[in-house]
Ligand binder design. Structure first.
Ligand code: UDX
Length: 438
C-alpha cells in the first residue's frame, strides 16, 4: 500500500519505518530539511534501538523515502498518517496547530480518496476538527472529494518503540466509516500475530483511549511513589509491598516501581491535557490532578533526602549523578527528573558531575557547562560527596562498590530508582538511601 507519514519525528519515523518493513511503499515528510537530509543519508536523528537498521534496510530497498515536498507527499499515499507534534499550550491543553495545518495541506493538494489518520496524541474531538478543516479547504477549492478521518493512537514506549510497533498488544482504530476500517485493517494485518488485536471503535473513544491509558499508568506510578514515602515513615519496605500487591492478578506487577517521578514526552503532557479537557467541560479530574501534583513533589524527593542528610546549604558540595535520560534506553531528557534534581542542587551551591550511557549529548545541549560530564560511571565519582542514581540503566545495576567507596569523599548513595539491595550495599560500609526501602 502507498502510505505517507507527515512528521518524521519519533512517532512518525518509527511508524513509517515499521510499515515499510512489511512491504508498504512509505514516504515520510518533514518541514525540517536538515532532518530529511540526515534521514536520506541513513542517519537517524534519535536514539531508538533497532530503528537505524530498519530504516537503512527499507531505504536501500526503495520502500522508505524521505521528502520535504508537500505536494508529492499528498500525491503519494492513499493513507496519510499525521504524526506531527502536539506541544502543550501555556494552559496545558494540546496545541493543535501543526495537526490542523497538516490536514489543510492534504486537502489543498489531494485529487482522490484519502484516509487521514491521526497518529499524534490529540484531544478528544480533534478528528472532528481535522474533518472540518479538510471540508473547508475542499470547499475553498470548489471541489468535493471523498475522505475519511481515523484516530489510530500509538502506544510506543521510548527505547522499545520498534518492538512495540512490530508486536503490539492492541491496535486501536477509531473510525466512523467502513471504507476506512477496511483500509486500516489491511495495513495492520501483518502485525496481528496469533490473534486479531484490532479494536475498532468510534473516533472519540479511540482518542480518549490513548489518554486514559497514559493517565492510568501515571496514576499507578504516583500512587506507588506516595506509598513508598509512607513506607519510609512507617518503617515498611515498598519493594515487599510492591510484590505483595503485584501478585494480585487484578493489580499486576507493571508500572508499580516507585522512583524520582515520571517524565518523558507523554505522561506529563497527557495528564495535563486530560485534566484540561475535563475542565473545558466544567469537570475536575481530581484523581488525575493529584497524580500530577504528587509527581511534582516526587521529582524533589532525592534532593530532600540529600538536604536532610547534608543540610540545606550545599555550597562546596559535589554530587555524582548516574543517569540523565528520563528512563533507560533513550537519550530523551524531556521532563526528565534529572533536570529538576540538577537545577535544585546547583541553586543550593553544589557542583554536579554526571554520566549517562547515551544522553550526554542531549544533556550538553540542555545544560551546557552548568555541570561537568564524566566519560564513565566511576569517573563521575571522583571527589564527590555522594552518588545520586537517577536513571535505572542496566549498566548501573552491578557496580564495583569497593571502587565507589574509594572514590567518594564519604560513602553515601542516594538511589532514586531502588537499583541495589540495601543490605548488600550496607555490607560495604556505604550509607544507602533509596525510595521507600527499609
Ligand atoms: C509512555 C507509555 O508507556 C507509552 O505507551 C505511550 O505511548 C507513551 O508514554 P514512555 O514515555 O516512552 O511511554 O515511557 P514509559 O516507559 O512508559 O515510562 C514513563 C515514565 O514513568 C518514566 O519516567 C519512567 O521512569 C516512569 N516509570 C515507569 C516509573 O517511575 N515507574 C514505573 O513503574 C514505570
Amino acid at each position: 500500500m502507498k502510505i505517507t507519514v507527515i512528521g518524521s519525528g519519533y512517532v512518525g519515523l518509527v511508524t513509517g519505518a515499521c510499515l515499510s518493513e512489511h512491504g508498504n511503499d512509505v514516504l515520510c515528510l518533514d518541514v525540517d530539511s536538515r532532518k530529511i537530509e540526515m534521514l536520506q543519508r541513513g542517519e537517524i536523528p534519535i536514539h531508538e534501538p533497532g530503528l537505524e537498521e530498519i530504516v537503512r534496510r527499507n531505504a536501500a530497498a526503495g520502500r522508505l523515502r524521505f521528502t520535504t515536498d508537500l505536494a508529492a507527499s499528498v500525491a503519494h499515499g492513499t493513507v496519510q498518517f499525521i504524526a506531527v507534534g502536539t506541544p502543550p499550550d501555556e494552559d496545558g491543553s494540546a496545541d493543535l496547530q501543526y495537526v490542523l495545518a497538516a490536514a489543510r495541506n492534504i486537502a489543498r493538494h489531494m485529487t482522490d480518496y484519502k484516509v487521514v489518520v491521526d497518529k499524534s496524541t490529540v484531544p478528544v474531538g480533534t478528528a472532528d476538527k481535522v474533518k472540518a478543516a479538510i471540508a473547508e479547504e475542499l470547499a475553498a477549492r470548489g471541489i468535493a472529494l471523498p475522505y475519511s478521518v481515523v484516530s489510530n493512537p500509538e502506544f510506543l514506549k521510548e527505547g522499545a518503540a520498534v518492538e512495540d510497533f512490530m508486536k503490539p498488544d492492541r491496535i486501536v482504530i477509531g473510525a466512523d466509516d467502513e471504507r476506512a476500517v477496511h483500509v486500516m485493517r489491511s495495513i495492520y494485518l501483518p502485525f496481528q500475530r496469533n490473534h486479531d488485536r484490532t479494536l475498532v471503535m468510534d473516533v472519540r473513544s479511540a482518542e480518549l483511549t490513548k489518554y486514559a491509558a497514559n493517565a492510568m499508568l501515571a496514576t499507578r506510578i504516583s500512587f506507588m511513589n506516595e506509598l513508598a514515602n509512607l513506607a519510609e515513615v512507617l518503617g515498611a519496605d515498598i519493594e515487599l509491598v510492591r510484590r505483595g500487591i503485584g501478585s494480585d492478578p487484578r493489580i499486576g506487577y507493571s508500572f508499580l516501581y516507585p522512583g524520582v517521578g515520571y517524565g518523558g514526552s507523554c505522561f506529563p503532557k497527557d495528564v495535563k491535557a486530560l485534566c484540561r479537557t475535563a475542565q473545558e467541560h466544567d469537570m475536575d479530574l481530581r484523581v488525575l490532578q493529584a497524580v500530577e501534583a504528587a509527581n511534582d513533589v516526587q521529582k524533589m524527593r532525592l534532593v530532600h533526602k540529600v538536604t536532610a542528610r547534608l543540610g540545606e546549604n550545599l555550597a562546596g558540595r559535589r554530587f555524582a549523578l548516574w543517569g540523565l535520560a528520563f528512563k533507560p534506553r533513550t537519550d530523551d531528557m524531556r521532563e526528565a527528573p534529572s533536570l529538576v534534581i540538577v537545577n535544585e542542587l546547583l541553586s543550593r551551591g553544589a557542583t554536579v558531575c554526571a554520566f549517562d550511557p547515551v544522553a550526554m549529548h542531549e544533556a550538553r545541549r540542555i545544560l551546557g557547562d552548568r555541570i561537568d560530564y564524566a566519560d564513565s560511571p566511576l569517573a563521575a565519582l571522583a571527589g564527590a560527596d555522594a552518588l545520586l542514581v537517577v536513571t535505572e540503566w542496566k549498566e548501573f545495576q552491578c557496580p564495583d562498590f569497593e571502587r565507589i567507596k574509594a572514590l567518594l569523599k564519604q560513602p553515601l548513595i542516594f538511589d532514586g530508582r531502588n537499583l541495589f539491595d540495601p543490605l548488600a550495599v550496607k555490607e560495604y560500609g556505604i550509607e544507602y538511601e533509596a525510595i521507600g526501602r527499609r
